[in-house]
Design a protein around this ligand. Structure first.
Ligand code: NDP
Length: 600
């Protein structure tokens, strides 16, 4: 394979510059702009009137997705009786409640992604499970641990305030509820805020439109896994070609009269290799298998040696390889960087060749080829997406600087009007580095009336990425941007966080602790460790095509305080060991605790 590093770099920069345009990151304010509030509405569960609730529970957990359900399950195991999950959705499931677009599936292996498989004695039906199965499994977890009866759905917390006198959190919601609780857990998710680009004229469109995370089956007909029978005479615009757009194109193309796919940046689409679960595989699984599989994947993603690659997919073969290129003995840093660049180029070339092999029209194929380094965007994996472009009813519209405007008739690109009946915005979510207090969507007020937004205005400050001084008895599920670690398989981090919270609460209950707060020294030390291990990768990342991974072209603005425990993505194994050691020690090191009853 011929490889001219200077030419490749120049091509990548040209492609980047086409996309680094003013207004690229402008998005609508869906919470406050009434004209667009309908995009957030729930099409899946009817909204029911109910009387406000006014009572006391043991714990309020904000969010009923994977993180909230796991926290609830672990707190149930820890002995808490009244557990109340509060969620804007009409039921449990979080991202899997909302994302029901046709073709939705998990993009890491389901045997690792679906939590508590061993506890529930379940093995997913496919290597990469479809959304319906994941949602059903999460509903099973909720039922198993009785997490629904006390919960409040279609409800958003508007304010939570710590009251020192009663040593309780006071939680208010948009349905007029007033709840007090001893423990407060934020499990709001990492990609929970819909993102709609601010394209001029959007509200003038005369047809129908929705976001992929609010799929309107009443309009399209069908359901997940079924033909969209009301699209047969409809022309559809799909805007966005990230993980969601890629998954929903094939089923939409099968049903619609015509589909225009508006692509701003091509994704790198690797082989998916999905297949039904082999019954022998399921039979052979030995106790402890799920944790072992998660650890094996995690070790590979961190470049650690393993005996076997149990998952063996594009994440472990490509992502891990590029993330941790082998460094041969005696290599200088410059040689290592060059070898890493060449490895990256060869993997991206493999993706570009794949486009050529699968897409018969060479001019379409050229537009679909990704020209940037592999880690610049979260990679995608799919077996039918590229093939959909061979259909006569699918047109690819190249728009590196985005859709220009939307008129009553549909999108406009390069001055050309595309007339459509339906626009589906597959435009994703606000990035995971969006500060926690924004993702939480409500005022969180701690000791002395200080809000979390004020406290974290210059960046996060925590112990373990899960507790923060001035906010007693509050736990935050670990997430990117919060001084914990980052994992490609988010479930693994959620499992760890939930187990920690459950065990920490049990420890406090056993020791008669009524209130905990983080000591200033412990918070400073943890934050300093995070800041010290921050690696400034802006020199490499600024050459990337803009994406949420490089802060939309401005990696230099990333705040080291919002980094991880350990370099880069953080050191998962060291982080877990640190939490384990703290629980084993049992002395509440780093916390200020006050006893329920005066010590004898
Ligand atoms: P993404 O942010 O990945 O993609 C959004 C798409 O919209 C991009 O192609 C973006 O272009 C495009 N876009 C944004 N604004 C405009 C505009 N003005 N004009 C034209 N195009 C525009 O969102 P997704 O919902 O696809 O995925 C988000 C994340 O959710 C994934 O990265 C993944 O982490 C997660 N996910 C996980 C799944 C799973 O199975 N676990 C499944 C689906 C999603 P550009 O690339 O230029 O920004």
């Amino acid at each position: 394979m011929s490889y001219d590093p200077a030419a490749v770099r120049a091509k990548y920069l040209r492609e980047r510059d086409k996309r680094l345009v003013p207004g690229r990151t402008d998005i609508l304010d869906l919470r406050h702009d009434e004209r667009f509030a309908r995009y957030r509405a729930d099409p899946f569960t009817p909204y029911r009137r109910r009387d406000p609730v006014s009572d006391e529970v043991d714990v309020v957990i904000v969010g009923a997705g994977i993180a909230g359900l796991l926290a609830g399950a672990e707190l149930r195991k820890a002995g808490l009786r009244r557990i109340r999950l509060v969620d804007a959705a009409g039921g449990v499931g979080g991202t899997w409640y909302w994302n029901r677009y046709p073709g939705v599936m998990c993009d890491v292996e389901s045997y690792m992604y679906l939590p508590m498989l061993e506890e529930l004695g379940y093995v997913p039906r496919h290597r990469y499970a479809f959304g319906e199965e994941i949602l059903r499994h999460l509903e099973e977890i909720a039922a198993r641990f009785d997490l629904v009866s006390d919960s409040l759905f279609h409800t958003e917390v508007t304010r939570a305030r710590w009251d020192d006198t009663s040593a309780r959190w006071r939680v208010e919601t948009d349905r007029g509820d007033r709840i007090s609780c001893r423990w407060y857990v934020l499990a709001v998710g990492i990609l929970n805020l819909l993102k709609l680009p601010a394209i001029p004229g959007m509200d003038e469109f005369a047809g129908h439109s929705f976001h992929s995370a609010r799929w309107d089956y009443a309009y399209t007909g069908g359901g997940p896994g079924e033909p969209l029978d009301r699209l047969a005479d409809k022309t559809v615009a799909l805007i966005g070609t990230g993980a969601s757009g890629i998954q929903c194109l094939p089923p939409v193309a099968e049903s619609a009269r015509h589909v225009y796919v508006f692509q701003r940046t091509p994704s790198a689409v690797g082989e998916r290799g999905n297949r039904p679960t082999d019954p022998d595989f399921a039979r052979r699984l030995a106790p402890g298998w799920q944790k072992e599989r998660m650890d094996n994947f995690q070790a590979i993603m961190l470049g650690r040696p393993v005996d076997a690659d149990l998952v063996d997919d594009g994440w472990t073969r490509h992502y891990a390889a590029v993330h941790h290129p082998p460094r041969k003995e005696g290599m200088s840093l410059a040689e290592y960087m060059r070898a890493a660049e060449e490895l990256d180029f060869s993997i991206m070339e493999e993706h570009r060749r794949r486009v050529e092999q699968l897409v018969s029209d060479s001019s379409k194929a050229e537009i679909l080829k990704p020209y940037y380094r592999y880690l610049c965007k979260r990679p995608c994996f799919h077996d039918e997406y590229l093939l959909a472009f061979n259909r006569p009813n699918v047109t690819l519209v190249d728009c590196p600087s985005g859709v220009e405007r939307i008129t009553a008739r549909g999108p406009v690109v390069a001055g050309r009007q595309y007339e459509v009946d339906l626009i589906v915005y597959c435009t994703g979510f606000e990035p995971e580095l969006t500060p926690l207090y924004r993702r939480a969507g409500h005022d969180i007020v701690g000791r002395g009336g200080v809000s979390l937004a004020t406290k974290w205005a210059d960046g996060a400050a925590t112990l373990f990425g899960m507790m923060t001084r001035g906010f007693p008895n509050m736990f935050v599920m670990p997430a990117p941007g919060q001084q914990a670690v980052v994992t490609v398989n988010y479930t693994q981090l959620a499992v760890l966080g939930a187990e920690f919270i459950g065990r920490a609460v049990r420890l406090m209950e056993d020791n008669g602790v009524e209130v905990f707060d983080v000591s200033p020294e412990a918070e400073e030390a943890w934050t300093a460790k995070v800041v010290d291990s921050f690696v400034d990768s802006s020199a490499v990342m600024s050459a990337c095509t803009p994406s949420r991974i490089n802060n939309e072209g401005h990696p230099e603005l990333l705040n080291p305080r919002n980094g991880n425990y350990g370099r880069g993505f953080g050191d998962w194994f060291a982080y877990r060991e640190r939490l384990e050691a703290w629980l084993r020690d049992g002395s509440f090191d780093g916390l200020e605790v006050s006893a329920r009853t005066p010590a004898p």
